[in-house]
Ligand binder design. Structure first.
Ligand SMILES: CNc1ncnc2c1ncn2[C@@H]1O[C@H](COP(=O)(O)O)[C@@H](O)[C@H]1O
Ligand SMILES: [Zn+2]
Length: 353
């Protein structure tokens, strides 16, 4: 009730809050490509594959809150059967970029885990396709800048992690800005793959890690922080030592509210740790994680933040604006983005909301 009153006084209606959140320029830095496929694109993939793979003919991603995060990862056993060749990887990359663009994202850092497939796709051909698609987009022509982070899966051996990092190094001049550690929180350990992240940093790549998404990963934190990471994903469960380290270094945090609530790693939106970070004015950016699995695009995450934490239009703009500081791209791009944001803010018709 209180939230509704707040929306009415600040934005006029829920519709105008939604419009504001789409119109406002935004940064997205935590979006997994295979988790960001829209239901329409997924349906097109099913149509393309259903003759060869009839068991996938009825495949849809169910809209529901999970009991535990462990139920999330098996979804990709199905999605990956639909994205098992270079053509489908190129297709989903392009479609995901178009979705973010329509939603008002001006700078996008996608991330993805390079994969081999028995039909001939190699990790290198995978990276080749994704980088060639992202490079087609420019701000002057398309109104969006797109960069790439390569993900190491927690289940990887050191050899596999090194292969991914070596690809990131080789394709650095084709839009790759960093590497990530992601995947099933119950599998693997940072120490198995840590030398690969250290190598990435030595080669000028940035590092982001899924961090404290579940409490059981806390014993890995001390080792993770010595890399040291340039950003952290989630940071839901923080032990006192990592809190001290992170706060002292101001390591920016990628906040994925709907992902956390639907995977049940956070009870509800009201109790989401974004609240504390906003109050502390701590560096953080609002992100989607997997908009195709959680059915929430970036503008909707801003709508949820505004209505849950009573953020007015200026507060939302400031959150979006500060995210520019935390991107992995260079300072020239940050300067270019700040100008785009400021121009938008000056010309926006606030009287209409
Ligand atoms: C919900 N929170 C999460 N926590 C950890 N890893 C996640 C994740 N969401 C997605 N992924 C990782 O991203 C892969 C899919 O995209 P790509 O094939 O890389 O494009 C998943 O297999 C998982 O490893
Ligand atoms: Zn993630």
């Amino acid at each position: 009730m209180m939230e509704t009153t707040f929306i009415l006084t600040q934005y006029g209606s829920l519709k105008s809050l939604e419009k504001y959140c789409i119109d406002m320029p935004k940064i997205e830095v935590h979006a997994h490509i295979n988790g960001s496929i829209s239901p329409e694109t997924l349906q097109q993939l099913v149509e393309r594959k259903k003759e060869k793979k009839p068991h996938l003919a009825q495949f849809i991603i169910p809209k529901k809150k999970l009991d535990i995060i462990d139920d999330f990862f098996p979804i990709f056993n199905f999605v990956y059967q639909l994205t098992d060749d270079e053509e489908s990887i190129g297709f989903i990359t392009e479609s995901v970029i178009q979705d973010f663009k329509k939603d008002g994202v001006k700078y996008l850092e996608l991330r993805t885990t390079p994969r081999n497939d028995k039909n001939g796709m190699t990790k290198e051909s995978y990276v080749c396709v994704v980088t060639s698609v992202i490079q087609k987009f420019s701000y002057s022509e398309h109104g969006i800048i797109v960069k790439l982070i390569l993900s190491v899966d927690r289940r990887n051996t050191l050899e596999e992690a090194m292969e991914t990092v070596n690809l990131a190094i080789r394709y650095k001049n084709k839009g790759i800005v960093g590497v990530d550690l992601c995947g099933d929180t119950s599998k693997g350990h940072i120490d198995n793959v840590k030398p690969a992240f250290i190598r990435a940093k030595e080669h000028g790549l940035k590092v982001t890690l899924h961090f404290g998404e579940v409490e059981a990963n806390i014993p890995e934190h001390a080792s993770m922080l010595t890399i040291p990471p340039d950003r952290l994903g989630h940071a839901t469960h923080l032990d006192p030592e990592s809190k001290d380290f992170i706060y002292a270094k101001n390591v920016p945090i990628e906040m994925c509210m709907t992902s956390n609530v639907l995977c049940n790693t956070v009870k509800n939106y009201q109790e989401h740790h974004l609240r504390d970070f906003i109050l502390m004015k701590y560096p953080c950016c609002i992100c989607t994680d997997d908009k195709g699995v959680f059915f929430s695009d970036l503008s909707n995450e801003y709508v949820i933040a505004a209505s849950t934490f009573s953020l007015n239009p200026k507060n939302l703009f400031e959150l979006s604006f500060q995210s520019i500081d935390y991107i992995f791209d260079c300072d020239d791009i940050k300067i270019q983005l700040r100008k785009i944001w400021n121009d938008w803010y000056e010309s926006y018709n606030f009287g209409a909301i």
